[in-house]
Every structure is written in structure tokens, then in C-alpha cells.
Design a protein around this ligand. Sequence first.
Ligand code: ADE
Length: 365
Amino acid sequence: MAIISSKQDPNQPNKQRSDTVKRDRPLSQPLLKPEVTAEEKEPQEDSIRPHRFADYIGQKELKEVLNIAIKAALGRNETLDHLLLYGPPGLGKTTMSLILAAEMGVDCKITSAPALERPRDIVGLLNSLKPGDVLFIDEIHRLSRMTEEILYPAMEDFRLDITIGKGSSAKTRSLPLPKYTLVGATTRVGALSSPLRDRFGLIQRLRFYAHDELTLIVLRTAQLLQTSITNDGAEEIARRSRGTPRIANRLLKRVRDYAQVKNAGIIDQSIASVALELFQVDPCGLDWTDRQMLSVMIEQFNGGPVGLETMAAATGEDTQTIEEVYEPYLMQIGYLNRTPRGRVASAAAYKHLGFTPPNQQLSLL
Ligand code: ADE
């Protein structure tokens, strides 16, 4: 990445930019979006997921907390408390839920809030549970009001309250449910209503993965995919994966395609970096939208503060995607700060894009 520094008027928008931000917007750039793609919904994807805690790399503290909860529940012959997992997408909330069920020796039913729009959807699911089962609800902050109200007694008292009929002749019936564990997953814990949040016995956060953890994940997945890769090849992919295993595995598959088509053989650092440059994933894992967001802040707003709506208008992304997908990683690597007055680009972001940071501009005058 070119780093340009020269004298600049700090009151003028910074005109220098690296050529990476000048590129036209690619037609689609799904490689670094942590949401699940169609390919990742295929059953064979299951073969690269870890199935037990012993195979799960990273999230050390969370694994410790859950291991204790599991051992205690098994020791008392009880079900596990309801668990809320929150954090950015792609960090392994579904995988963690499947592992929990496997460690408890029970089944896990997987659904997501948008699939539970009508009350009968959740009633059907709850009725199908066996004692001890895990019910995983993704995007739980998006539950409809009616579904949420059915869940309250179903979580607290393992009871299904259903209303039969309408108006003055309506009757409520209460049906017992087997004891089960609800695992809710969300990227927006603050968007959950407090009655729902309060019904979870355990509330745990998933964190971005460290570089060495992602490297191990890439090496493990490469082995399962029977792909040859060197340690530095895995490190290169890990470095560009935004702290997110789903992205690391996705990048590995694209680099594997590249190596195969170019007859490049074993994936080493140089093959990984050439392939990822081709896919426009930069050495920090930033894509076109990340760079566009930062360069708009720097060039048009002198680095900020800039409001979220303005950023959305400038990049063509919706505010929710910016808040939940782009900003958490940019904040994690120290390129962006959220302040009460808006978003602010850091000196590191200026340097990464080839701009002179404002404090250095003063000293250059
Ligand atoms: N694949 C995706 N996430 C993983 C993890 N945390 N550990 C091992 N393999 C993975």
C-alpha cells in the first residue's frame, strides 16, 4: 500500500489518495461480507465445521464458561440454561450451538426469527422438541411481538399458552413443554426487548479471532479440504480475514481455485497474496466499501465527525450493514472511532489509504 506524505493545508480536504480507492466499485463484493452465502448453506459445509469443543479454535473464555455450564448441567441431570450469544456475524454462533447440543448429547433444531413470523411457526417448533433439545434461533432481535410473547412462558415455565377462538369466546389453553434450552443469537444485543433478554440465564459475547487463531483455522480447513498450504500461506489468508472464520474459510476456497487454475501447486504466501489482490481484498482485509467509507470521511469531511446517515448515502450501503458489518471491524483495527458527534477516521486509517494524518500535516507546514 502506497504511503504518500507531503505538505498539505490542513484546512483543505486531503487530495492525496492511494490508487486502490480510485477503482470503480466492483459489481459485487461478497467475499468479505460475513453473512452466509448460498455455497455455505450446502450440506458439505458441515464437514468443515468443528463438531466438538476439542476441535474448536479460539473463543477461549466462552468455551470455558460453556464447558462449566455443560458439566454442571450434566452432573445434575438437568438441561442447560437458556443462552444468548451475541457478536458480529460469521464468528461461530451457530457452530457453538451445535457443539453445545453435541456435548450435551441432544439434538439441535436450527431456525431464524424471520422464519417464525406467524405464531403457529413457533408453536409447531416448540411442540416438536424432545426433552433436553437445543432450539437455536438466529437473529433473535427480529422476532415478531406475538412470537416473542409465546416464548416468554415457553422459556420461563416450559409452558405453551395458546388461544383458541376469537373475541369473547376465545379460550386460553396451557400445554406443558419438555425442558429444553433456547440458544438465541444476535448481532444487536441492544435491540432485544428487556423481558426477552432477562429470560436468558447466560448471556455471552463472541469476539473477533486473533491472527494466530485464524491461521490455525485456515490450516485445519485446508487439511479437511485436502489442500496443500504452507504456514505463511495460511497466515496471509488469516491476515486478510477481518478476524472472522467464515471469511477465512471463504478466502481459502477462492485461493485454492486460483492455485488450481494457475497450476501453482502448494499455496504459499506469494500465491495467497496475488490471488487476494486479484479479488480486491487488501492486506488488512478491507474491501472496496471499507476504503470508500474511510476515503469519504477523509476527503469530504476532513476525517469526521460524520453522521451514519451521511456515510450510508455516500457509500450506497444501508445504515444497519454499516453499523453491524463494516464498523465493528474498522473499530477493532483502530481505523474508525464512534463518537457522540459522529464517526471519526483515525491517523492509522489516513496512513493505510495513503493520506497524511491531520496532526502530521501541521508539522509539515
Ligand atoms: N471453522 C470455522 N470456525 C472454526 C473454529 N472456531 N475452529 C475450528 N474450525 C473452524
